[in-house]
Design a protein. Structure first.
Length: 286
């Protein structure tokens, strides 16, 4: 519940910022390029203006902070106990999605030269980051966010099975879940993985609905219902992730091979763009 509230808060902050800037500068952004120089907001909102320049600085800072803090938290062992990795990832995604949007506003929806290369590399990193987040959640992880090994996955399976096997209702639910997934095979190609994921998502939702319906029909108490639903849902989720795990890990490896070079290009072109801006005397408010 707390995680959902946190995500909702980040979404609200990001949505408010994007809409507010869009509303504030709508008259200027909607003005044709050839007429913007005579717009009363041109001096303020243009890429070199106080507002437009500030958006570029804010956006670039968000991206740098988002990437640096998450990479540091993930790689420095001394920080591994400093909050859940999944929360750091959510903040990383928030900053690295909102940052490029602010930079798009900074460009006033036009860019050329090195600025265009920097902008498109940022958008490529953001787009690939969305795909990476999708792959990330398909890999079984610990509470802290670290990837589980096969031993940990089996231990979690055994823990959920132990809960289900403590009652006749739990045994029936276990049998129903296993039968529902019994005909599924591990995918071997990317297209098979996509189809299997979509099918497993529908199957998982159906299983959860059947679990709740079966428990409701047998008038199980509230506390026992919560325990059984949680254990049954976890078992269904683990089966789904286990079936997709090998292909997802391969895709995640290839994703890293693409995402990291784009990130490097983004930082290099951003540094060049900032260096050129400073060389031409664009120091914002300093």
């Amino acid at each position: 519940m707390a995680h959902r509230v946190f995500i909702a808060f980040l979404f609200l902050v990001g949505f408010t910022a994007v809409v507010s800037i869009g509303v504030y500068g709508y008259d200027y952004y909607s003005t044709p390029l050839q007429r913007r120089a005579v717009n009363h907001d041109h001096k303020l909102i243009k890429p070199g203006g106080k507002f437009g320049h500030g958006l570029g600085i804010a956006g670039a800072t968000m991206i740098i902070v988002g990437i640096t803090m998450y990479s540091t938290r993930k790689r420095v062992r001394a920080l591994w106990n400093l909050g859940r990795l999944s929360l750091w990832l959510e903040v990383h995604i928030f900053l690295c999605l909102l940052g490029p949007i602010l930079i798009i506003y900074h460009t006033t929806f036009k860019a050329g030269g090195i600025a265009a290369i920097s902008l498109w590399s940022m958008l490529s990193v953001a787009a690939s980051g969305i795909l990476g987040r999708f792959l990330y959640v398909l890999i079984p992880r610990t509470v802290g966010g670290s990837e589980m090994n096969s031993h940990q996955i089996n231990e979690l399976f055994d823990a959920q099975e132990k809960i289900l096997m403590e009652s006749d209702m739990g045994k029936d639910l276990r049998t129903m879940i296993d039968q529902s997934f019994s005909n599924m095979k591990r995918p071997e190609t990317v297209s098979q993985t996509i189809r299997s994921f979509l099918h497993l998502q529908r199957l998982k939702r159906q299983v959860k609905s059947l679990v709740r319906a079966r428990i409701s029909q047998n008038h199980v108490g509230f506390k026992a219902t919560h325990t059984l639903v949680r254990a049954a849902s976890m078992r269904a989720t683990l089966i789904q992730k286990s079936l997709l795990l090998l292909q997802v890990e391969k895709l995640f490896y290839y994703w890293h091979a693409i995402h990291l070079p784009f990130t490097a290009i983004m930082f290099i072109t951003l540094a060049v763009h900032v260096g050129i801006a400073l060389w031409f005397g664009y120091f914002w408010i300093f």
